[in-house]
Design a protein around this ligand. Structure first.
Ligand SMILES: [Zn+2]
Ligand SMILES: [Zn+2]
Length: 201
């Protein structure tokens, strides 16, 4: 990696727990986004990452950007898209990195998906399971080595950043007794309850 401030893929694997194409895609997406942002900004400036899925890729985004759910600078949008937006906290112009429709792991390794299917259905032999591991690492390596513009569309966009996480008072759920943040309470028969209790029966 030319830029030494970018963490290694090994660090991602350590955090994520296994080597997979998904975390490699997240790694390259963060790399693409940070490169684009670093053209005009200090590397230590706080950024916010908006992720549009909750797949393996997001773990790589967290490691490379330092953005986490707990810090409130990782925003999850449940859109089911392989798209990641990186926004400097102080302004609203960000970089959105999304996967090209022409990118397909099946082109990198045609046998991967059928074999994955077989393994997940429990019909694969031990040999096939081993073969899947080999294919997974070969696809992962290919993704890590591909030119970024063969994988992603990188574009500048204006984003409306949500306000920083507020601290809300807690109230006690009238049914289960758990303390719950006020802005997540529902009213049931005139009492404040938590979401699971509200949705029960
Ligand atoms: Zn994974
Ligand atoms: Zn409750």
């Amino acid at each position: 990696m030319e830029n030494e401030s970018i963490k290694s893929f090994e660090e991602v694997t350590q955090f994520h727990g296994h080597v997979c194409p998904g975390s490699a895609i997240g790694y390259r997406a963060a790399e693409a986004g940070m490169k684009e942002l670093s053209q005009e900004r200090a590397p230590d400036e706080e950024i916010v990452a908006m992720v549009e899925n909750d797949s393996c890729a997001v773990d790589a985004i967290q490691v490379l950007t330092g953005c986490t759910l707990g810090k409130g600078n990782l925003i999850f949008l449940d859109h089911g898209k392989q798209a990641y937006t990186f926004i400097p906290r102080k302004d609203g112009e960000g970089v959105r990195v999304s996967i090209k429709s022409s990118f397909d792991v099946s082109n990198l390794e045609p046998k991967l998906n059928p074999l994955r299917m077989k393994v997940s259905q429990g019909t694969a032999s031990i040999q096939e399971k081993e073969e899947l591991q080999t294919l997974m690492s070969s696809v992962t390596r290919k993704i890590l080595e591909m030119p970024l513009d063969e994988i992603f569309i990188v574009e500048r966009i204006d984003v409306q950043l949500p306000p920083r996480a507020k601290i809300y008072p807690s109230v006690q759920c009238a049914e289960c007794g758990d303390m719950v943040s006020e802005h997540r309470c529902r009213v049931k028969d005139g009492n404040m309850v938590c979401i699971p209790c509200f949705e029960k029966d």
